[in-house]
Design a protein around this ligand. Structure first.
Ligand code: CDP
Ligand code: CDP
Length: 230
């Protein structure tokens, strides 16, 4: 395991709870550094999408066997790396509420985490990579050159998520979405395997009052600092 990690190119790991701003920041940071960007949450979402479509339940053994027998990798689509499962690119369907709910449940299963971990490590071999998720700095790339942990107030995260989905953020809507996000954070933080957790050596950035561009600037500055060995 260690050897595979060492052969990875330079890695910037960005973790944090749902809607803290990881993937949008990661995408921009990757562009600025000339690195590839991998949103690891999309891989868990892709497994959930595929299992829902195939009618595969949560039996860990059956699901693991079916997944290992299914072609699953990352494809480049309009310059982004996106999951391809069983020859299909699920695209926007990965953001449906059903997929979101199932993804957190499926992400607890060792067989699923194992497959995703291998894809992530393989993708980073020999190339600069910005990878965002929940366990990137703690488990997938423990040797990452830069580890960032993004946090934000849950009401602000809910407001962002509603806007992202084209919904007017009313106080009631925000409260309901914040509850869903907090519930998912609890599931992600309390599981035995690779829980959502800040790595000891991660830099914490609270994005609650920050514009997206400010978050990107802060991460790029840290990456440049690390590259120059300061
Ligand atoms: O975009 P959002 O933050 O809402 O979620 P996501 O990053 O797309 O991740 C969807 C789900 O996948 C999360 O709720 C986690 O359960 C799981 N996940 C994980 O377990 N480990 C990762 N490295 C990334 C995502
Ligand atoms: O990947 P994650 O679920 O952590 O969050 P995201 O998908 O990058 O961000 C969720 C939404 O919040 C996106 O529409 C971002 O543009 C927005 N956002 C924001 O308004 N302010 C920030 N500082 C960061 C993100």
């Amino acid at each position: 395991m260690g050897r595979r990690t060492k052969r990875a190119g330079q890695v910037v790991a960005i973790d944090g709870p749902a809607a803290s701003g990881k993937s949008s920041a990661a995408q921009e940071v990757a562009g600025r550094l000339g690195f590839a960007h991998v949103n690891s949450g999309l891989l868990y979402r892709a497994v959930a999408w595929w299992a829902l479509r195939k009618g595969i339940g949560d039996d860990p053994k059956l699901l693991g066997e079916a997944l290992r027998a299914t072609p699953f990798d990352l494809a480049t689509e309009r310059g982004s790396l996106v999951p391809r499962v069983d020859g299909a690119l699920p695209g926007a369907e990965l953001q449906s509420p059903e997929v979101t709910a199932r993804a957190s449940a499926i992400a607890k299963l060792p067989a699923v985490r194992d497959v995703v971990l291998r894809i992530l490590r393989t993708t980073a071999v020999g190339r600069g990579t910005v990878c965002d998720g929940r366990d990137i700095a703690t488990t997938v790339f423990p040797d990452a050159g830069l580890k960032v942990f993004l946090v934000a107030d849950s009401k602000e995260r809910a407001r962002r998520r509603l806007l992202e989905h084209g919904t007017l953020p009313t106080p009631r809507g925000i409260a309901e979405e914040a509850k869903r996000l907090e519930e998912r954070d609890r599931t992600d933080s309390s599981r035995d395997l690779s829980p959502l957790k800040r790595a000891d050596d991660a830099v914490v950035i609270d994005t609650t009052a920050m514009r997206p561009s400010e978050v990107v600037d802060a991460i790029v500055a840290l990456a440049v600092q690390r590259q120059s060995g300061d």
